[in-house]
Design a protein around this ligand. Structure first.
Ligand code: F6R
Ligand code: ZN
Length: 194
């Protein structure tokens, strides 16, 4: 019988667990909470004057990411809860900045715990997909697809995300190119435009 030789690194991580409230969509005792406010979103929305107004009205938190600290090294998985608040900038639904992974051949799993909206995805070759997000739905973001969450509902859009720890985030390309499609609510109707 062949036995693979198992080598154990000196910095072996001890196994651990945390509580995740699947009803509320919260992570108990995150190590780090990243907050993005309306003022962090300059340049992302179509109606800039509407964003300025929101900033002037108190610069509310737009979204939060609750994370555990895990080494950003090949072999590990990063996990977090992404919480995108409901609201509009003019008619455009609140959204995250969106990014490619720096190691663009890395995928990501989003399990939606609460709320409703879309995972907007695009490739550098111009393909674009808006995959619905709602409670109990999992969205698989394949390698090479930039991704952004969009909240079309009245409550926070909350997802549990898992992705390879070496992935990294490339925001620059999206900040300059944007996504080909945006989501609006016009006369009470959801519209994906153009
Ligand atoms: C990680 C990931 C999510 C997002 C989060 C915030 O790879 O996709 O955890 O980081 O939803 O969105 P961004 O990073 O686009 O500001
Ligand atoms: Zn990602």
């Amino acid at each position: 019988m062949n036995r693979a030789k198992v080598t154990i690194p000196n910095d072996l991580m001890h196994p651990w667990g945390i509580d995740i409230d699947l009803i509320e969509g919260t992570m108990c005792e995150p190590d780090r909470v990243l907050q993005r406010r309306a003022s962090d979103m300059r340049g992302y929305y179509q109606e800039e004057a509407a964003l300025d107004q929101l900033i002037a009205q108190g610069d509310p938190i737009h979204y939060e990411v609750f994370e555990k600290i895990i080494p950003e090294q090949y072999g590990h998985l990063l996990l977090c809860i992404s919480k995108l608040y409901p609201g509009r900038v003019g008619a455009e639904c609140f959204m995250t900045k969106g990014h490619y992974h720096v190691v663009s051949g890395t995928a990501e799993v989003y399990l939606c715990l609460r709320g409703q909206g879309y995972m907007m995805m695009k490739t550098a070759a111009g393909q674009s997909v808006a995959e619905p997000m709602r409670r109990h739905r999992m969205v698989y973001v394949p390698p090479h697809w930039a991704h952004r969450s969009i909240n079309t509902g009245a409550e926070p859009l909350i997802s549990f995300c898992v992705y390879p720890a070496e992935a990294g985030h490339n925001y620059g390309d999206i900040a300059t190119e944007g996504f080909p499609k945006r989501v609006f609510i016009r006369q009470g109707q959801e519209r994906i435009e153009p």
